[in-house]
Structures are given as structure tokens and as C-alpha cells.
Design a protein around this ligand. Sequence first.
Ligand SMILES: C[S@@+](CC[C@H](N)C(=O)[O-])C[C@H]1O[C@@H](n2cnc3c(N)ncnc32)[C@H](O)[C@@H]1O
Length: 232
Amino acid sequence: MSDKANPFLEMFNDPEQAARYADGPAKFMPGFFDVHRMAGVLLRERAPRNAHVLAHGAGGGLELEAFARQNENWTFLGVDPAQPMLDEARRRLGPLIERVSLHHGFIEDAPKGPFDAATSLLTLHFLDAETRERTVSEIVQRLKPGAPFVAAHCSFSQTPTEREAWLSRYREFAKASGADAEMAENARMAVAEMMTLLDPGADKAILRAAGLSGVTQFYAAFTWRGWFGYAP
Ligand SMILES: C[S@@+](CC[C@H](N)C(=O)[O-])C[C@H]1O[C@@H](n2cnc3c(N)ncnc32)[C@H](O)[C@@H]1O
């Protein structure tokens, strides 16, 4: 599957769904807002005070808002192929948009930087393994030497029994967090049928193959994992 064939893009290209997006992630991902704080800590270890940060898959603007509030001297490029999600990011950011540029498109067409840091949150799971590696490699090519990268997305054991058990837990966590039962089941089915789900080991290997060094898992919660690594 190429980027352009990503079936989830249809959803993110729907303005009504994009307008509702911000309510969703915290119901499905335990510690969603903590991941923004952890990512900020990890990026600040290596990024300068006036860092220019690449946010891949930045539609909705949630991490852009968090990072911009945490770091008043940082500037950002947000990359996303779904215009309604970028519109939502612009609306969410309000005056913070002064420090943010938004690129409508894929990473291949995005400005080359170089950037002091980068993230890809809740996005790489939409890409098949080959596209995922190529995409991370494109991000790495836009980073200064030694610059940090943080990724977090769905990644859990894909043995048939464990896969089914964790997909059910994904749905049940959303229900326990207040998501409508039908919506939670639809999300479970969509994740099972349309995402490229990988074992955490396979995801880590992709990040390494894309050129990152020191790849380390920093976050694990139910169906979610997060890693950081450094540009060569
Ligand atoms: C679940 S949302 C995550 C948004 C945001 N990063 C967050 O954590 O709230 C996934 C985003 O990835 C975008 N996306 C899908 N395929 C992409 C690709 N190939 N490159 C960049 N962004 C992509 C979607 O348009 C959507 O805005």
C-alpha cells in the first residue's frame, strides 16, 4: 500500500470527522497527553532552545499545541496530507500558529529543513512496513546530525491469540474511557482490517533500518508503544 492508498485518509479528509477528532485519541490511547510531555522531555535533551521541529502527521494540532506551549522558543513544521486535519490544527493553535508552518502533503514533498527534532505520533501505523521505513528515512534525512526523533503508535504482539485479545482490550479501554460502544467496536474493526499492525520488535527494526541510532522504547500501554532515536 502506498501513502496515497491509505484507506484512513478518507476519514481524515472528511471535515466533520476532522472537527470531532480532538475528542478521540485520549479515549483510545492510555496516557495520550503524557506522551506529549514525555516526548517534550526527550526532544529537549538534544534540541536547542530555539529548535525548529518537524511534526509528521500533525493534523488536528494536538501535539503541536502541546509542544508550542511547553517550549515558547520552538518553531514547527507540521506535515499532513489531509487538509481538514490541517484546518483543525490551525483552528486549535489560535495565536500559536505564528510559530507553525503547515505543509499539506506527504513527507517526500515537505521542506528539507534541516530540523533540530522530529515526531510522528499516532501516524506510522497507517503505513505498511515498506512505506513506514521509507517515511522514517525521509524524516531522518531532514534532521541535523544527532537530532532526536520520537514516534508512538499502535504496536503489539501479532500472534493470532494475542492480537485478538489486544484488539478487544483496545475497544474495552475506549468504552471504559467514555467512548460510545458502537464507535469503539467500529474503531476496533477498522484497526484490525485497515492498519498495518506489527510486533513492537518489527517496529523497532524499521526505525533502525530507516537510519536511526540508539532506538529505545520509552512507552508501552495496552496496544501502544513509543520509541525515540537519533539521526546519524
Ligand atoms: C490519528 S491522526 C494523529 C494526529 C496527531 N499526530 C495526533 O497525535 O493527534 C493521524 C494523522 O496522520 C495523517 N496521515 C495519514 N497518512 C499520512 C502520511 N502518509 N503522512 C503523514 N501524515 C499522514 C492523517 O491525515 C492524520 O491527520
